[in-house]
Design a protein around this ligand. Structure first.
Ligand code: 8ZB
Length: 487
């Protein structure tokens, strides 16, 4: 197997780099010379450095806010980001379009051209590769907060080169989290290899004294993903990144809906990521957390959507997540206008500000959820480490192959797809069908008992229908997809 969790040698990295930069004309820019890029990044002021601003948020114990946003043209994108900064975004994104995510730069180019002609975006994001280092630099120059690329790209090597050389100091993604939820049949070995490259690039910059943040995509499919599965993937990707020299990592998590479970998950996400990194020999790491506002189906009504956004903001604040990714009142429709995007930011920021001096209190219930997450993650990580004989790259690939790690509702054939989640009587996400998931009998029994409690309460069968009802429940105004008469 060609993928191993070993740091790439500089020679090997530079050899592959030549090939990567030759795949599209913008890879030819003199700004991609590594010495030049180091100088560019060194000149980025502290307040526009993603990693450093996150450290500040972490110190202040505040939850900073970041939207998603991206359109096809350079001018349109700059205007959009300025608008969102004005609305209160602490960090800015550039959401990358779907053609670029699949390395289809020719079609992205056509998208830019028609968008310029028609004066509206014909792409669902910002095609950073086509705009090149020079274009991405203009975007950074136009704003006063740090910039990150957010996408869903299995092979983001050229994209990563371009954004970092332009001074963007964060990149979202990972070999698992930007494959399984986003692609149908790209091998995990390939996507892990591509992301080792992206991480090695960041490692190169860190070796030259430049701090760049990396963020595994925590929510995965965004649909009833049990917290321990999401956290395990974040830990694996953090270890893979740290091996390549990454120092600043934000691990993410998508809101599940039960407040206690969500707070427990954010706390354990940080604690367990730090624990495993330390165990694997990575000492001076900077770990922060990201809370994603509800990633499942949204209510159509804009006021209801804002209610959901405000609830998410409450939980993110109380959990002390370092950053929160916002949604908008038109989530159920599609890509938001800049005005709607700003509305989501303002509502979120208002709640976060009100709650900035409060934290969720310790309780027995919180501790129980935290301990369950610890047990579950330990089961999965033990299996991954065993399967890879200590190598988490090999272990992760095998774990997915055997279904020992399995992500529900994914389009990818690279995950078994046997796991079925459902909510318990208080709305915590539990596991109804384990498939081959590597959990202990103790864990399985806990989940079964919790789900039985709910089935009993509703006088219904414990079956797939429960999962289906739960998938749609939030968009219809309840957390738990109870039998119709109990809603
Ligand atoms: C996995 C992320 C899905 C979310 C939003 C979707 C959804 C996608 C854009 C965007 C603003 C864009 N999203 N592309 N939001 N501008 N270009 O990502 O609406 O909430």
């Amino acid at each position: 197997m060609r993928v191993r969790n070993k740091k790439w040698s500089l020679e090997y990295f530079l050899e592959v780099r030549k090939e990567v930069l030759s795949t599209w004309p913008t890879g030819d820019s003199p700004l991609l010379d590594l010495d030049t890029a180091v100088e560019t990044l060194r000149a980025v002021p502290e307040h526009k450095n993603f990693a450093l601003k996150l450290l500040k948020a972490d110190k202040e114990k505040r939850t900073y806010i970041q939207p998603r946003a991206g359109v096809a043209t350079l001018q349109g994108h700059i205007e959009l980001l300025k608008h969102l900064e004005q609305a209160g975004a602490d960090f800015l994104p550039s959401t990358i379009d779907s053609y670029t995510r699949h390395n289809r730069y020719l079609e992205a180019q056509e998208g830019i051209e028609i968008s310029e002609k028609e004066q509206r975006s014909f792409l669902n994001g910002f095609p950073a590769v086509n705009h090149g280092v020079e274009g991405c630099m203009e975007v950074l120059k136009a704003v006063n907060v740090p910039l990150q690329a957010r996408h869903g790209t299995p092979d983001a090597r050229l994209l990563s080169e371009i954004i970092h050389a332009a001074g963007w100091t964060s990149n979202e993604g990972g070999g698992i989290s930007y494959n399984i939820p986003y692609a149908k049949n790209i091998s995990l070995a390939d996507s892990i290899y591509y992301w080792q490259y992206c991480d090695r690039l960041v490692g190169y910059y860190e070796d030259h004294g430049i701090h760049i943040n990396r963020e595994p995509f925590g929510p995965l499919t965004g649909t009833l993903v049990p917290p321990s599965i999401a956290i395990t993937v974040g830990i694996i990707e953090s270890i893979l990144a740290a091996t390549q020299g990454v120092k600043h990592i934000s691990v993410g998590y998508g809101q599940c809906g039960n407040v206690v479970q969500d707070v427990a998950a954010i706390q354990m996400l940080k604690e367990l990521t730090e624990y495993y990194l330390y165990t694997f020999g990575h000492k001076n790491m900077h770990i922060t957390t990201v809370f994603h506002q509800w990633m499942g189906g949204f209510p159509k009504d804009e006021a209801e959507a804002l209610g959901l956004i405000s609830m998410a903001s409450t939980v993110a604040s109380l959990s002390k997540a370092t950053k929160m990714i916002t949604k908008t009142p038109v989530e159920s429709i599609g890509v938001p206008t800049k005005e709607m995007n700003a509305t989501g930011i303002k509502a979120s920021k208002f709640v976060v500000n009100l709650l900035k001096d409060q934290a969720f209190p310790d309780s027995q219930k919180l501790n129980l959820e935290k301990e369950m997450i610890r047990k579950e993650v330990t089961c999965l990580m033990d299996k991954v480490i065993d399967l890879g004989l200590g190598d988490v790259a090999i272990g992760a690939i095998k774990a997915f192959e055997y279904g020992v790690i399995d992500i529900p509702f994914a389009p990818s054939k690279q995950t078994m797809g046997l796991v079925l989640p459902a909510r318990d009587n208080e709305g915590c996400i539990r596991i109804l069908e384990f498939g081959h998931l590597g959990m202990s009998e103790e864990v399985k029994n806990f989940h079964k008992d919790k789900l039985k409690e709910r089935a009993l309460k509703e006088d219904r069968a414990l079956d797939f229908q429960m999962t289906v009802d739960d998938v749609y429940a939030v968009s219809e105004g309840s957390l738990i997809g109870r039998k119709a008469d109990e809603n």
